[in-house]
Design a protein around this ligand. Sequence first.
Ligand code: PLP
Length: 419
Amino acid sequence: MSHFSLKNGVLHAESVALPAIAGQFGTPAYVYSRAALAASLQEFLDVLASHPAGAGSLVCYAVKANSNLAILNLFARMGAGFDIVSGGELRRVLAAGADPQKIVFSGVGKTAAEMKQGLDAGIFCFNIESAPELDRLNEIAGQCGKKAPVSLRVNPNVDPKTHPYISTGLKEAKFGVAYDDAFELYRRAAALPNIEVAGIDCHIGSQLLDPAPFVEALDRILILISRLTAAGIHIHHIDLGGGLGIKYKDDQVQPTVASYLNPLLDKLAGSGLKVVLEPGRRLVGNSGLLLTRVEFLKPGEGKSFAIIDAAMNDLMRPALYEAWHDILPVIPRTGETRAYDVVGPVCESGDFLGLARPLAIEAGDLLAVMSAGAYGMAMSSNYNTRPRAVEVMADGDKIHVIRQRETVEQLYAGEQLLP
Ligand SMILES: *Cc1c(COP(=O)(O)O)cnc(C)c1O
């Protein structure tokens, strides 16, 4: 069922052989599968459509996971909305054909200009993360002569048991409004002239492989909603955020979307609340890989290194979170394996994509760094003046370039010499 598989001893993306992609477009290259992307979104749409509480629901893809226009456009065509965190992302999704009424705007530091941009576009909802942010939005909406639809992002103080850098719903997080302060802030919001209370929002973390914390968070949010309703503050939608994990490694089990969503939808049945979801990683993570070539092998007594042409600037997750990505030879060889640290050419000791990986490889071989569709290209940089990789999309037996490889000229085009 994987859209990346060995056919006649060669790794393919759908029906396209990866060596053909390397030959045509060079390496490093991000390679995505259109069918994999569509199938991951469809899994959400199907579960929502088959549950009574899913009526009228909205899947808002978290753009920050991978913001390529082709991917955004594919999701928009399937009816998805978008969760954005900047004015730049707003422009991106509009350029990709998004329906403004399906856009939610998250993030702790929205500027006045970004708020105005969102109001002008007529987005569905602003997810508000603090009292001063609420005041600023009220003021900007007043200047625009509009009423801003808002949710408060409530911190349910639930431990998602994931990596600390991607855990966001604890009391000490910079994100969201503390659970105990949320009721009062809703009362304030309801009294502000240019604010319209629309919903409630929470997002507890990322890469959750156990759905239990989502249920725990929902229970806490539902208690708050009943208090609000009793106080005459009406909540129309509930945004459950993103965070559903993917399988990066053989010993991980990826929960199905049904096993994650159905328990939540069961609790929401009969509530009349419209459900909004903000999946990011789950929609794109396993739909892409990073294709790279081995430049040199450096066998050693203590350690052996495989030096590849992709680096931490292309895929930062291993350096940033010690994240694991499977690394597969594109044309597997028989013969003895050796444990290699798979490293890039960047001048940092943290520049590795995998450590001590048993591989049977030679210089010049192609490797596929798997599960790289989320927070891969999106977090890439030009460190060491490395142009960002080309992005291509396999589509049956066809391949489409969806972002050209950067040129060095583009990298310094905005720089100027002193007089
Ligand atoms: C990052 C983020 C998401 C998406 O998280 P995933 O783990 O990629 O699903 C959704 N909502 C908010 C507010 C986020 O910050």
